[in-house]
Design a protein around this ligand. Structure first.
Ligand code: PMP
Length: 286
C-alpha cells in the first residue's frame, strides 16, 4: 500500500514526496528525529516526544517547524489516513537548505524541513521477539559526545546492529571507558534481586522517553532503581536484563556476549515491566 506522508505542510503519496538534494539533513546529518509508537490507533507519550524534540532543536539552535498542537494534529491525521492500529510515527526536522552546500549554517529565517511518515506494525505489542528475549553483544562506543541530542547520525548504531547480526545476535550494547552507555537504539538495564540498575542521564546517552516512564512505573511497583555506571561483567552476572525504547517498549535481554542470564529466558521483572508499561501507556495514549 502506498503510504500518505507529510512533507513541509503537505500530505501526499510517498512516491511523490521530495526533499532538496541540498537539504542539510541529507548532506550533513544536520537533523533531529523522534519515533512515537501507536497502539489502538493512539499515540504513546506524545507529550514526552514533543518535549524532547524541542530540547533537541534548542540544543542545535534549530527553528521549530510548527507548534506542538500542529504536530499532534499531523500525527493523528497520518494515523487516520494510513489506517494505523499498531505501528510507529517517524518525524524528522532538518535545518533545511538555502540552495547550496556550505558548512556554515544557512541564513537566519531559512525554513526547516519537516517530514513525517507512519510504519504499520501489526503485532508490535505482542511481539515474538519480546517472548524470546534479545541476545546482545558489546561493542566500543565511538559516537560523538552529544548523544542526548536525538540527531539522525545513526551510521554507527546501524553498524552496531550489523555487527550483532553477523555474530548471530539481535543487538549491541555500547561500552565507553569500561562502562555500558546504552544499546544501539535503546537504553540498557540489568536486574539484581529487587534492584534495577541503569546508567544515569548525561550527554553520554539519549534521555529515553520510555526509560523515564519505565523507571517511574518500576518505583511504583516497589522495585528499587539505582542510576549508576555499570560494566558488561556486572550485567552478565545479573538475574536478568532488558532494554527500553519507544519502538520495542521493554525488551528482555537473555544473553550478553555469549553468557546466558538466568535460565536464558526473559526474566519475571522484565516481563512484568513490559506488561505494566503497555497497560499504562495504552490508558494514557491520546
Ligand atoms: N538510546 C538510543 C541511542 C536510541 O536511539 C533510543 C531510541 N531512539 C533510545 C535510547 C530509547 O529512547 P526512547 O525510549 O525515547 O525511544
Amino acid at each position: 500500500m502506498t503510504r500518505t506522508v507529510y512533507v513541509n505542510g503537505t500530505y501526499l503519496p510517498e512516491t511523490e514526496a521530495t526533499i532538496s538534494i541540498f537539504d542539510r539533513g541529507f548532506l550533513m546529518a544536520d537533523a533531529v528525529y523522534e519515533v512515537t509508537s501507536v497502539l489502538d490507533g493512539k499515540l504513546i507519550d506524545f507529550d514526552g516526544h514533543a518535549m524532547r524534540l524541542k530540547r533537541s532543536l534548542d540544543a542545535l539552535d534549530m527553528a521549530e517547524p510548527c507548534s506542538t498542537k500542529e504536530l499532534l494534529d499531523i500525527c493523528r491525521k497520518l494515523v487516520e489516513l494510513n489506517g494505523i492500529d499498531e505501528g510507529l510515527i517517524y518525524l524528522q526536522v532538518t535545518r533545511g537548505s538555502d540552495g547550496d552546500r556550505d558548512f556554515v549554517f544557512p541564513a537566519e529565517g531559512t525554513p526547516p524541513s519537516i517530514v513525517l511518515f507512519t510504519q504499520n506494525k501489526p503485532g508490535l505489542a505482542d511481539s515474538p521477539a519480546a517472548q524470546k528475549g534479545a541476545r546482545i553483544i558489546s561493542i566500543d562506543d565511538i559516537r560523538w559526545g552529544r548523544r542526548d541530542i536525538k540527531t539522525v547520525q545513526l551510521l554507527y548504531p546501524s553498524m552496531g546492529k550489523m555487527m550483532a547480526k553477523k555474530a548471530g545476535c539481535d543487538d549491541a550494547w555500547m561500552v565507553e571507558d569500561g562502562y555500558v552507555t546504552e544499546g544501539t537504539s535503546n537504553n540498557a538495564y540489568f536486574v539484581k534481586g529487587n534492584t534495577i540498575v541503569t546508567r544515569p542521564l548525561s550527554s553520554d546517552i539519549l534521555h529515553g522517553i520510555t526509560r523515564k516512564a519505565v523507571l517511574r512505573m518500576a518505583q511504583e511497583a516497589q522495585l528499587k532503581v539505582e542510576e549508576r555506571l555499570f560494566t558488561i561483567q556486572e550485567a552478565q552476572a545479573a538475574d536478568e536484563a532488558f532494554t527500553t525504547s519507544a519502538s520495542a517498549f521493554v525488551m528482555p535481554v537473555v544473553e550478553i556476549d555469549g553468557v546466558r542470564l538466568g535460565d536464558g529466558t526473559p526474566g519475571p521483572i522484565a516481563r512484568r515491566l513490559r506488561e505494566i508499561y503497555l497497560e499504562e501507556s495504552r490508558k494514557a495514549a491520546i
